[in-house]
Design a protein around this ligand. Structure first.
Ligand code: ZN
Length: 247
């Protein structure tokens, strides 16, 4: 394993234009459930009577907005802010050194930006970008979390729209194009915390034609053998090591 990690570290040391693809295990490591919360499917069904994928849809938002926002507050946001793990901080450091070009993520939390990264493409949008559909005023996650009932614009009293795409909605085309371009022109593609067979990533990763696809994840999955380099275990530990990050 050590030898393997050293080989990956040499690739990172010796190359620029690295693009980071950040998956749900990175989010999980920071203590957050994500929108889908696939690791707590059973609990969610018990509590809400629906799955997260059913609740986080336009239809549900229109018909049962109270349940929609209960789920948003309790599952998507939870009791606390995401912790800034080594992955986020090491990514910021790598960007500062001019080696990391872009970060592409499905995550809806602004952790990379909070850690100091400037080039973050958030495919689904963010929990910090909830909007009043009438006046366009933006409300962050804190406002949602602290709303006693369904969150409304403090000027118009109109129910806010979540800042991220709902299931079944089209993704923002500009963001999608930007992400595909970043992946296509990447020298090194560093995929962290997801498996390569996930539908979103499968369609995007095929744009990468290089021979430096590095995969870091908690455990092995079917389809991983397409990566040129792989390592499994504690994501933050591995990421810190291969990027020469010092706490
Ligand atoms: Zn308003």
């Amino acid at each position: 394993m050590e030898k393997n990690l050293d080989r990956i570290r040499e690739v990172i040391r010796g190359n620029g234009n690295i693009v980071l693809v950040s998956g749900s295990e990175v989010t999980r490591e920071s203590g957050m459930n994500g929108v889908r919360a696939e690791h707590m499917v059973y609990d969610i069904e018990q509590k809400y009577g629906y799955s997260g994928e059913e609740i986080m849809t336009e239809q549900f938002f229109t018909r049962q907005v109270e349940v929609f926002y209960d789920y948003y507050k309790e599952v998507v946001l939870g009791a606390r802010e995401p912790s800034l793990t080594t992955v986020y901080r090491a990514a910021a450091e790598l960007e500062k050194r001019g080696k990391l070009t872009d970060i592409v993520t499905r995550m809806v939390y602004d952790s990379y930006r909070e850690a100091g990264c400037d080039h973050v493409i958030m495919l689904y949008g963010t929990v910090e970008d909830n909007k009043c559909p009438s006046c366009g005023k933006v409300f962050g996650s804190k406002y949602i979390r602290e709303s006693k009932h369904v969150p409304k614009c403090d000027d118009c009293q109109i129910i806010l729209r979540p800042g991220f795409s709902l299931f079944g909605e089209m993704l923002d085309n500009a963001r999608l194009t930007k992400a595909c371009n970043a992946i296509e022109y990447a020298n090194v593609l560093l995929v962290v915390g997801t498996h390569l067979n996930s539908l979103t990533w499968q369609s995007m990763l095929r744009y990468y034609g290089g021979d430096k696809l590095i995969l870091i994840n908690t455990r092995e999955n079917v389809g991983d053998e397409r990566a040129n380099y792989r390592a499994y275990g504690n994501i933050s530990e591995i990421f810190g090591y291969i990027t020469d990050y010092e706490e």
